[in-house]
Design a protein around this ligand. Structure first.
Ligand code: R5P
Length: 312
């Protein structure tokens, strides 16, 4: 079966890099908006009988990028793709997985339904906000992890006395994986979210005094969580500077300003979301294309993905 890779508009560099790992060019497609804002998608290559992969993180602008993904799926299905896989390195709406206060939409479930019914046979995502999201999808979801490659990047910077810090309870499992890979102790910050842009840290479980903090999280959105965690551990006797590691760097609103004000040696993130060139942060971007190209190769050849999957 022929292999074709298309890109949405969210992260062309990542998509090109994945295609080039396969010695391919991206499939030709056109994504255009009509004057009234409607999206029009057209595939310009024949894909009848092909194994098709669509690469599109649903990063900001979230709804536009989600629509690109769904419309590309629909066009591919109608054009006769034999098998269709969504490669969504960052999956949006994952945090809205329950009704926290009542009379709310469970948006993660609706987005899962939209992706499942748009024509995809399978979805590949990286470091989902919650692994339990898999149960929301009617199609198989391959949940890969960037933690091993991010941990390798951290290892080169780790001072002798460091501590892995989970900035909230949701990050504990991920922090355990970093702590195990790097052979470091861990601590957990007790965080409460006050609004989309504000959080509060109340206390810390674990010993941070005299140790340099490595704060790990699945995503940085406005930077509030990381800011609160770094300040809390420093106030508790942790030794600056800090390292911050995150799979997805959305960096919206005040994020850059907040992170710039912290004593950071390094912010280590992946390229799941494209980061603006020249962002004034000590950023190191770890490329996902080898991991995603390997996943595509294995899926294309119907081989196991088990060593790439995020367990736990
Ligand atoms: C929340 O539970 C997530 O894991 C992140 O900690 C959070 O979404 C980051 O958002 P922000 O940077 O706006 O605090």
């Amino acid at each position: 079966m022929d292999l074709t890779i298309f890109a949405g508009s969210a992260n062309l560099l990542l998509a090109e890099s994945i295609a080039s790992e396969h010695g391919l060019r991206l499939g030709h497609r056109s994504l255009q908006r009509f004057p009234d804002g409607e999206l029009h998608v057209e595939l310009q290559d024949s894909i009848r009988g092909h194994d098709v992969y669509i690469i599109q993180p649903t990063s900001p602008p979230v709804d536009e990028n989600l629509m690109d993904l769904l419309f590309l799926a629909d066009a591919s299905r109608r054009a006769g793709a034999a098998r269709l896989t969504a490669i969504v390195p960052y999956l949006a709406y994952a945090r809205q997985d329950r009704r926290a206060t009542g009379r709310e939409s469970v948006s993660a479930r609706l987005v899962a339904d939209l992706i499942s019914t748009s024509g995809f046979n399978r979805l590949v995502a990286i470091d989902l906000h919650s692994p339990a999201l898999e149960g929301f999808f009617g199609i198989p979801l391959e949940h890969l992890s960037a933690v091993p490659i991010l941990a390798q990047a951290v290892a080169t910077l780790t001072p002798a006395h460091a501590v892995i810090v989970a900035p909230d309870l949701g990050a504990v499992k991920m922090a355990e994986r970093y702590a195990k890979l790097l052979g470091l102790p861990m601590a957990i910050v007790h965080k409460t979210r006050i609004s989309g842009e504000a959080v509060e840290a109340h206390g810390i479980v674990g010993e941070v005094r005299g140790r340099s903090p490595i704060v790990v999280d699945d995503m940085i959105t406005t930077g509030a969580t990381v800011e609160a965690a770094v300040k809390a551990v420093l106030a508790a006797g942790s030794v600056p500077p800090a390292v911050v590691v995150s799979s997805h760097a959305l960096l919206v609103g005040p994020a850059v300003e907040r992170l710039r004000a912290l004593p950071l040696t390094r912010l280590i993130v992946t390229d799941s979301v494209s980061v603006a060139a020249g962002v004034p942060l000590p950023i190191k971007i770890v490329g996902l294309s080898p991991l995603l190209a390997e996943a595509i190769k294995r899926l294309h050849e119907s081989r196991s993905l088990s060593h790439l999957i995020a367990h736990g």
